[in-house]
Design a protein around this ligand. Sequence first.
Ligand SMILES: CC(C)(COP(=O)(O)OP(=O)(O)OC[C@H]1O[C@@H](n2cnc3c(N)ncnc32)[C@H](O)[C@@H]1OP(=O)(O)O)[C@@H](O)C(=O)NCCC(=O)NCCS
Length: 187
Amino acid sequence: MNDHLHPLAPDVAFRPAAIADAPSFATALTRNRAYMRRWEPVRSESFYTVEGQTARLTALLADRDAGRAMPWVLADADDRVIGAFTLSGVERGPFRNARLGYWVDEGHAGRGLATAAVGAVCEAARDLLGLHRVEAATVTENAASQRVLAKAGFERVGTAPGYLHINGGWRDHHLFQRLLHDDPPTA
Ligand SMILES: CC(C)(COP(=O)(O)OP(=O)(O)OC[C@H]1O[C@@H](n2cnc3c(N)ncnc32)[C@H](O)[C@@H]1OP(=O)(O)O)[C@@H](O)C(=O)NCCC(=O)NCCS
């Protein structure tokens, strides 16, 4: 894992998420609440607290330990969370697939951080998890996220009506995938 501590920019680290990040997550998610509203599920008030983030990270890290998820953060020079990138729903067998979700702090938008981090996640999905495919879905109006996926080598494979409950309603999503290699599944 330590080989994935590489910086994406001189002042930004890309590293695995840790339970100790809970206070920093609570601060960053509160700061970005309005910025992310259009693209996120409606969250409970407790989601924005240290306790809520501790509970979320505890569940996520248990999923990681069970091989079902891989969560990373972007951290600034003071090791404060400024973004998150999570592979979840990891499946093996003939599918070898995971779902990707992410966000980057509004104050760091447009620096290419999301594009670089998505590239690093795909590298880890292939090299650390042995996956063949990463999928992502964006609300059809989320042009910035679609641009990130296109820049990171994803292709749009369809549109799913009413795919996820986002910002208070079932929203149509564009579906994307990136195939990571052509090799057959290993044991
Ligand atoms: C989507 C998000 C992760 C992008 O992060 P980022 O670090 O700013 O992304 P990058 O800098 O790597 O690339 C952003 C690209 O989108 C483009 N972009 C930004 N806003 C845009 C808009 N409204 N319409 C079209 N393109 C837009 C940028 O110009 C850039 O493309 P370029 O390099 O060709 O100029 C960030 O905006 C975010 O967290 N948004 C809120 C949560 C969210 O949408 N998460 C994803 C859910 S699927």
